[in-house]
Write a protein that binds this ligand. Structure first.
Ligand code: 5AD
Ligand code: SF4
Length: 460
């Protein structure tokens, strides 16, 4: 592309994987487009969609409908829909929205510049090809001062949980070659970054099908060894594939944060089986107990679905009971939503919307109590905070996260943004904590060169 750069606005729905994909869209388009956060001035408007629940899909359709007005006032505007809904609907989206120029699927991002060029010549296009293998990724660049980043290590999923649309819209599971992942993390650290989150639908099965066989734990070890890395996280883990080797890593790798997202989905064996999850509640709880032995300060988060077809009050009570036993610090809970192509969508015993809402309410009350109790247990302790930014209200008000992922607000100079500081936690709130900085606590950088570093792992 030649001439002055045009402007691209990207609206992202859904999970961290979509956030990473949107960033990649901006990067592949960088030769011809600069990102804007003002949709009304965009030359290219992309919607990155999520199909995980019907509500997410409805939001996309409603936004798409409302963009007809913008398109009328700016006829040169190119409008594209990408991601999971695009993959699922393909041509149907173009047919339903005459103002839409481009539909591209979950593996079409690398072809985006060419698709946009062709759409700019007046062609309405659909590209939802799912190719085998992990597509080559362009080299990434980070804005100056970037603190944390998401690194995609796998795509797709082979698990076919009976409720889940992901294997249909993101295709089969493929691991990214380790050299590419490590190179990307090293580039980020060289740019001054501190925290990396590795992303995949089921990171525990990383390495299957690679020409150089490598387990996920070995990948973590190699990344942990890179100089300058302060914090390493990953999402998402399937409980069935959480190996003893990976659990042990929580007690071994200095950068690996004491924080694990381990979606349980239900506490009833009957429902877990109908969901095709491949573990029982006892197996799940045994793994949690083992993790807590290896890493006593671990904060555990989860996903739970209520009102799966056939779920009785008794099944639901088992979920509440498991939630209490596992002692989750945080949880995301959802009403079951039937998705196209999935096996559960064919099951007869649907739970009514009212019962789903009532169960979700009870579950969320319990989860909120547990989160607040976890925050209260931290009051009085000194913990390391990675300062991520200033508050919208005041430049002297800083906001960061603990290694265990809770949000902490405290007063301090904005120069601390991007730094690791020690903070005494003084107040617990439902969604965050407050604290005060402990004087002289700034940590010398890089962490790996600091002989005190392992002792700083306050929670494990
Ligand atoms: N209905 C409700 N929740 C779902 N999830 C996935 N599919 C569905 C569905 N059909 C939830 C699961 C998953 C999270 C990302 O979304 O809890 O872990
Ligand atoms: Fe969906 Fe199950 Fe794969 Fe997670 S593991 S993406 S819930 S099919």
């Amino acid at each position: 592309m030649s001439g002055p750069k045009k402007r691209v606005y990207i609206k992202t729905f859904g999970c961290q994987m979509n956030v990473a994909d949107s960033e990649q869209m901006a990067q592949v388009l960088a030769e011809g487009f600069v990102p804007t956060d003002r949709p009304e001035e965009a030359d290219l408007y992309l919607i990155n969609t999520c199909a995980i629940r019907r509500k997410a899909e409805e939001k996309v359709r409603s936004l798409l409908g409302s963009l007809q007005v913008l398109k009328q006032s700016r006829p040169q505007l190119l409008l594209g829909v990408g991601g999971c809904v695009a993959q699922q609907e393909g041509e149907r989206l173009l047919a339903a929205a005459p103002h839409l120029d481009l539909v591209f699927g979950t593996q079409g991002i690398s072809r985006l510049p060419e698709l946009v060029r062709r759409a700019g010549r007046g062609r309405r296009l659909v590209d939802i090809e799912l190719a085998p293998g992990f597509p080559p990724q362009p080299r990434r660049h980070w804005a100056p001062g970037a603190i944390k980043t998401l690194v995609t290590i796998m795509q797709g999923c082979d698990n076919f949980c009976s409720f889940c649309v992901v294997p249909y819209v993101r295709g089969r599971e493929h691991s990214r070659p380790p050299g590419e992942i490590i190179g990307e993390v090293a580039d980020f650290l060289a740019a001054g970054g501190k925290e990396v989150t590795l992303l995949g639908q089921n990171v525990n099965s990383y390495g299957r099908g690679l020409s150089e066989p490598l387990t996920f734990t070995e990948l973590l070890r190699r990344i942990d060894a890179l100089p300058g890395l302060a914090r390493l996280r990953f999402a998402t883990s399937h409980p069935r594939d959480l190996s003893g080797e990976l659990m042990a890593a929580f007690g071994e790798l200095p950068s690996l944060c004491e924080n694990l997202h381990l979606p349980v989905q239900s506490g009833s064996d009957r429902i877990l089986q109908a969901m095709n999850r491949g573990y029982t509640r006892e197996e799940y709880l045994r793994k949690v107990a083992k993790l807590r032995r290896v890493c006593p300060g671990l904060s555990l988060s989860t996903d739970i679905i209520v009102g799966f077809p056939g779920e009785t009050e008794e099944d639901f009570q088992e979920t509440l009971d498991l939630v209490r036993q596992a002692g989750f610090d945080q949880a995301f809970s959802f009403k079951y939503s039937p998705r196209p192509q999935t096996r559960a969508a064919l099951l007869p015993e649907r739970v009514s919307g009212e019962v789903q809402a009532e169960r979700l309410g009870r579950l969320q009350n319990l989860l909120n109590e547990l989160t607040f109790e976890a925050h209260q247990r931290l009051v009085g302790r000194v913990r390391e905070v990675l300062v991520e930014g200033t508050s919208k209200r005041s430049q002297e008000e800083l906001c960061g996260r603990l290694r265990t992922n809770q949000v902490v607000n405290f007063s301090g100079p904005r120069e601390l943004v991007g730094q690791l500081v020690q903070v005494r936690l003084t107040e617990a709130h439902p969604h965050s904590l407050r604290g005060t900085q402990v004087e002289d606590s700034s940590i010398t950088w890089p962490l790996a060169a600091d002989p005190q570093a392992p002792q700083r792992r306050l929670s494990c």
